[in-house]
Design a protein around this ligand. Structure first.
Ligand code: IMP
Length: 198
């Protein structure tokens, strides 16, 4: 396999995959470069379902290998909200400053503060069963947002082993422990073992 399409319009995500596949000589193509402007609706009940829906839809349409990912934050005391609605929580265009402040407020009186980031990456290939690779990082909802790195819910995700939020650590430190980093490493392990690149 010489190229793979990423079922996302998010340039940052595409770049991450591009960097990972570069050493293997595999070209990573964003879906917009294939003329696909709209991401498929995330109608699944789980991250894995959503990743599979998006990857298989585009794989069938383009008849090419496709990778898709879906991720989000689950807070146990809030029935695992925002979960698969993480990007859409309080509205797609609402700032994360407000999303984070709202979650902190909702968690004010909760004693169980456990939460996790989950990432599911689906690999769909014509003529092969679709594979899903999942990564999880466990944490605690912070009492208040802290830190300026990262994105999204990072400022309220306190990571006990480092004693900081994910917005207070470098991108490199985050990659080593993050849900996305773990799922990506599983995908790469599979890729190398199964010799997907035939
Ligand atoms: P996706 O792009 O549809 O997978 O949406 C993922 C959403 O989950 C993002 O928009 C963020 O709200 C949240 N999220 C996922 N991963 C992270 C992370 O590493 N840090 C902070 N927020 C994240």
């Amino acid at each position: 396999m010489k190229s793979i399409v990423i079922a996302s319009g998010n340039e940052h995500k595409i770049e991450e995959f591009r960097a990972m596949f570069k050493p293997l000589g595999i070209e990573v193509i964003g879906m917009k470069e294939c003329g696909e402007m709209e991401e498929v609706q995330e109608t699944g009940a789980t991250f894995a379902e959503n990743a599979v829906i998006k990857a298989e839809y585009l794989m069938k349409k383009l008849n090419q290998p496709v990778i898709s990912d879906d991720s989000g934050l689950e807070i146990d005391a809030l029935n695992r909200e925002p979960g698969v609605y993480s990007a859409r929580y309080l509205g797609h265009d609402t700032s994360y400053e407000l999303k984070n402040r709202t979650l902190v407020e909702r968690m004010k009186d909760k004693t169980d503060r456990t939460c996790r980031f989950v990432c599911a990456i689906a690999l769909a290939r014509p003529g092969h069963p679709t594979r899903v690779f999942e990564g999880i990082v466990e944490g605690i909802v912070a009492r208040q947002p802290e830190g300026g790195h990262g994105f999204g819910y990072d400022p309220i995700f306190y990571y006990p082993p480092l004693g900081r939020t994910l917005a207070q650590i470098s991108e490199q430190e985050k990659n080593a422990i993050s849900h996305r980093g773990k799922a990506m490493r599983k995908l790469m392990e599979f890729w190398q073992h199964e010799e997907v690149a035939d």
